[in-house]
Write a protein that binds this ligand. Structure first.
Ligand SMILES: [Zn+2]
Length: 158
């Protein structure tokens, strides 16, 4: 998780990158990592988790990530949760939860991705929340804070 936090901090310094860090680990080794590249690559699916999953799959030349562990600084969204299910991630470990951050980081309506995973067709995907949550949540706008103009929906970098 410390590596994921470091990635998220690095992303803050890159114009167009998003402050979400992700690391995929298998057998104690880092397989792949990523940060949010959506605006950087003009790809709405380029969340940190998706970036890391794609790298791991290419590295192993296999779409089955063999129950690897995915660490992420922020609770995965619905898209990334489903990607973990399809990639056969065995464990998701995240830091800041939806309740710890401003709603700009998530789908508009209440949607708990932990429930999605529990209700999905895999019952062997472990989810651990709140790991280094204080450090992770410092990366994001808080629920009660005003949203900076550069974080508003529809903002683009020209
Ligand atoms: Zn996501």
């Amino acid at each position: 998780m410390r590596l994921a936090i470091e990635l998220a901090r690095r992303a803050l310094a890159i114009p167009g990158a998003g402050e979400v860090g992700c690391v995929i680990v298998k057998n104690g080794e880092v397989v792949a990592d990523g940060f949010n590249e959506s605006e950087l690559t003009i790809d709405p699916t380029a969340h940190a988790e998706i970036v890391a999953i794609r790298k791991a799959a290419r590295k192993w030349n296999d779409i089955n990530l063999c129950r690897a562990t995915l660490y992420c600084t922020l609770q995965p969204c619905g898209m990334c949760s489903m990607a973990c299910i399809w990639a056969n991630i065995g464990r998701i470990v995240y830091g800041a939860s939806r309740k710890d951050v401003n709603s700009i980081y998530f789908e508009l309506r209440h949607f708990n991705t932990a429930d999605l995973i529990c209700d999905a067709f895999r019952n062997d995907l472990e989810v651990i929340s709140g790991v280094l949550a204080d450090q992770c949540s410092k990366l994001y706008v808080k629920p009660h804070e005003a949203v900076p103009p550069n974080k508003l929906e529809g903002d683009t970098v020209h």
